[in-house]
Design a protein around this ligand. Structure first.
Ligand code: ATP
Length: 206
């Protein structure tokens, strides 16, 4: 049975933090591939056009045979929900043990996701430390345990592991803010992504 991970996100834009998280997952589990899934209509966010975000993920990942970009969300009307992504990808990739890659901030919200209890059990969770409050690794682990306990109380049996990466204080919002204030984003995103953002005049206004 092959081992694949889904890495869902808005990727508005993709940055080095995302790439490091995905590469670490690939090596640590290890996985055959990470499938990047840019979301079409993120439930809680306004984002750049789907086509722009996919193109940037494509450019950022093209040289890595362990990465694949899925367009499964392209035809999605209405909100993008993780459970639907997994169901659709399971049809395309039978005989797969599924993993789901998330940052700690996202993992903390799992108990509130649409059909989150069901989804929690359908894959193993690979959690990237992400610490807005400056917590240390022991606190990260304790936050993950609290989420798992909350789900256990709801009779959900969840498997998870922390990804062993250094903290990367990068976010797409930070990149967008830099663009807006005309600060350089060189070395914050892959060069191919930076050039695309410049050529399309993304994130300059609004
Ligand atoms: P925004 O700043 O717009 O909220 P973001 O940087 O969080 O965007 P997303 O595309 O929303 O990017 O993130 C996709 C996934 O990657 C989420 O699970 C998020 O927690 C995780 N992630 C993003 N950046 C990092 C990072 N620097 N370290 C660890 N995880 C990250």
């Amino acid at each position: 049975m092959q081992r694949l991970a889904i890495f869902g996100g808005t990727f508005d834009p993709v940055h080095w933090g995302h790439l490091l998280v995905a590469q670490t997952a690939l090596e640590q589990v290890p996985l055959e591939q990470v499938i990047w899934v840019p979301s079409q209509n993120p439930p809680h966010k306004q984002a750049a056009l789907f086509e722009h975000r996919v193109e940037m993920v494509q450019r950022a990942t093209t040289d890595n045979p362990g990465f694949r970009v899925s367009h499964v969300e392209k035809s999605r009307s209405g909100a993008s929900y993780a459970i639907n992504t997994l169901i659709d990808l399971s049809a395309d990739y039978p005989n797969t043990h599924w993993y789901w890659i998330v940052g700690l901030d996202t993992f903390q919200t799992l108990p509130r996701w649409y059909r989150g209890q069901e989804l929690a059990q359908l894959c193993d969770w690979l959690i990237a430390p992400r610490l807005p409050g400056g917590e240390n690794i022991a606190q990260t682990e304790s936050i993950c345990k609290q989420v798992a306990q909350k789900l256990t109380k709801q009779t959900v049996d969840i498997h998870w592991q922390l990804l062993n990466i250094p903290l990367v204080g990068l976010s797409s919002s930070l990149i967008r803010n830099f663009c807006r204030s005309r600060q350089s984003i060189r070395y914050l995103v892959p060069e191919s992504v930076r050039l695309y953002i410049n050529s399309q005049n993304l994130y300059i206004n609004g």
